[in-house]
Design a binder for this molecule. Structure first.
Ligand code: FAD
Length: 500
């Protein structure tokens, strides 16, 4: 591996790698795919051994990176998450990345939001939405199963204000999850919501030009016009990989840090925009059959709220039936729950519905400051990462409350009381971030890309994950990020082939 020069190296095997590998697998380019961990579908193993599920297994890619919470240094370990008092960044070393536990919300952004985030032609991005939906079997829940009794009353309610757009949530489906189960479905888990692992393994196994190496963590990159060198650590020791082109698919902060190392900048100040989210339990005084129906185990209605006609959405989210959370709750606490307590909980949960609310990024104010302290040798430098965040909490709360009051009208037949902002930011909410390496014609940043994701001042290094989105909608972003990468790939491959 040390002596070979690859045409392309793809760093990361999360969802962002899917469009990259899909296109590269159709070429004759010599491609190396690497990830800090290994692709394995551990769901069955966990089920059999009945182990506690720990999905958040964060990692710190730069071992020598010191993390400061404004002024207090945070000790970074492989199992810590980067956080400061108002911001938590979750990252994972598990192959497949955050798609191991993501919400599965699949949203196509409206045109006006797309034009704020990319300068690629809109029709190309929209074609990409279609391509992705077809090849990843993204269908509405209805397509596979009967309509949910929970969802349909909401969908059919003619009185629902036109400001709310509701639809049965679309999910990525993993075909294996569907076909192997006797009832053609599994409970809510990463098999039902699309998990990139099996798709990516499939590309690797069926394409002759993709070579996959697990347990290789890229620590830094050296960029020259002829070649890129990736300095990596492996359990067996340090290795150097040489490649003409690099696709960074390793999540916003990891990709940004690697770009930073390649740019050899002494420091960078970056903005990190993120959506604010809350989970709000909705209490219903009228206990309904709908809520206690046992078939409901998915968050199956997504909604977006338009304050006035033709405007972009002010908030978006999911409506989650209580059974979904009840099942998770029971499975988590089954050891300590007596039958009596279980009945009590079931009754309590049966009068609850949960709303997840996502707000646009306008009130977030998180900054990353990366400083290069010293460079001991070629491969390992000392970096300092400071994160500071001052979200405008009062403004966020006020605008969420306004949305929820309107939402109250919408669910008036069933629910009486809203308890707002049970938790202002749920775990994972902060991961809806963007803007560290945006499209330079749309937004200024110290590190930016061109329309196709090539990082400015770096030759042949492409940002291929949400770090290159210039704008953050309140609608989930991953699908749009994938569509933008998918739309860029033909151009990038064309360029690579011309330069061979
Ligand atoms: C709780 C939660 C719910 C979410 N819900 C939604 C939702 O409903 N809809 C939506 O659109 N988005 C959602 N998201 C966001 C979504 O999960 C992420 O945007 C998406 O998974 C990012 O994918 P990625 O491939 O860019 O990065 P990641 O998923 O982070 O994958 C990065 C990969 O790179 C590898 N890697 C990292 N650094 C290195 C390195 N230095 N060297 C080698 N390998 C490396 C990792 O092992 C990993 O495999 C949610 C996130 C969370 C946490």
């Amino acid at each position: 591996m040390n002596n070979l020069v690859y045409d392309c190296v793809v760093v990361g095997t999360g969802i962002s790698a899917e469009p990259v590998l899909h296109h590269l697998s159709k070429t004759n380019l010599k491609v190396l795919v690497i990830d800090g961990s290994e692709i394995k579908n551990d769901y069955c193993e966990r089920k059999e051994s009945n182990k506690e599920i720990t999905r958040l297994t964060p990692k710190q890619i730069f071992k020598s990176l010191n993390i400061y919470n404004n002024t207090i240094p945070i000790k970074s370990t492989r199992y810590s998450q980067i956080s400061c008092s108002k911001f938590t960044y979750i990252y994972t070393s598990v192959s497949g990345g955050l798609s191991n536990f993501w919400g599965g919300g699949l949203h196509e952004w409206p045109d006006d939001e797309l034009t704020k985030t990319t300068t690629l032609p809109l029709d190309k991005v929209k074609e990409s939405y279609k391509d992705l939906k077809n090849r990843l079997i993204c269908k509405s829940r209805d397509h596979f199963f009967n309509s949910s009794p929970f969802a349909m009353p909401y969908i059919n309610d003619k009185k629902v204000s036109t400001r709310f757009i509701t639809k049965v949530t679309e999910f990525f489906f993993n075909p294996h999850g569907l076909s192997t189960h006797p009832n053609r479905r599994l409970p809510f888990d990463q098999h039902l919501i699309w998990n990139s692992k099996s798709t990516i393994l499939n590309y690797i196994n069926t394409s002759k030009n993709l070579i996959y190496k697990s347990n290789i963590t890229v620590e830094s990159i050296r960029n020259t016009s002829n070649e890129n060198t990736l300095y990596c650590t492996t359990p067996q020791g340090d290795v150097q990989i040489h490649s003409k082109n690099i696709f960074l698919c390793c999540g916003t902060i990891n990709s940004t840090l690697l770009a930073f190392s390649a740019l050899q900048k002494p420091h960078a100040n970056l903005e990190l925009r993120h959506t604010n989210a809350a989970i709000c339990p909705v209490l219903s005084l009228k206990k309904s059959q709908l809520y206690s129906n046992n078939n409901i185990d998915l968050p199956d209605i997504s909604w977006s709220y338009y304050p006035s006609k033709n405007q972009e959405p002010s908030a978006a989210g999911y409506l989650i039936a209580s059974n979904f959370l009840l099942k998770r709750f029971k499975s988590r606490f089954y050891r300590i729950l007596s039958p009596k307590i279980t009945v009590l909980f079931t009754q309590f949960f049966s009068s609850l519905t949960f709303l997840t609310i996502y707000k646009k990024d306008t009130n977030s104010n998180t900054h990353l400051k990366i400083t290069r302290k010293s460079s001991h040798n070629e491969s390992h430098s000392d970096f300092l990462l400071e994160i500071s965040s001052k979200p405008k909490i009062q403004k966020i709360m006020a605008s969420m409350l306004l949305d929820m009051l309107s939402l109250g009208k919408w669910i008036k037949n069933r629910s009486i009381l809203l308890i707002p902002l049970a938790r202002l930011v749920r775990i994972g909410a902060d991961v809806h971030y963007t803007s560290t390496m945006p499209d330079s014609s749309l937004k200024y940043s110290e590190i930016s890309t061109n329309s196709y994701g090539e990082i400015q001042n770096l030759v042949n290094i492409y940002a291929c994950d949400p770090s290159r989105l210039a704008y953050l909608s309140c609608l989930p972003h991953s699908f749009t990020s994938m569509a933008i990468i998918n739309a860029s790939m033909p151009h990038i491959i064309d360029k690579i082939q011309k330069n061979l």
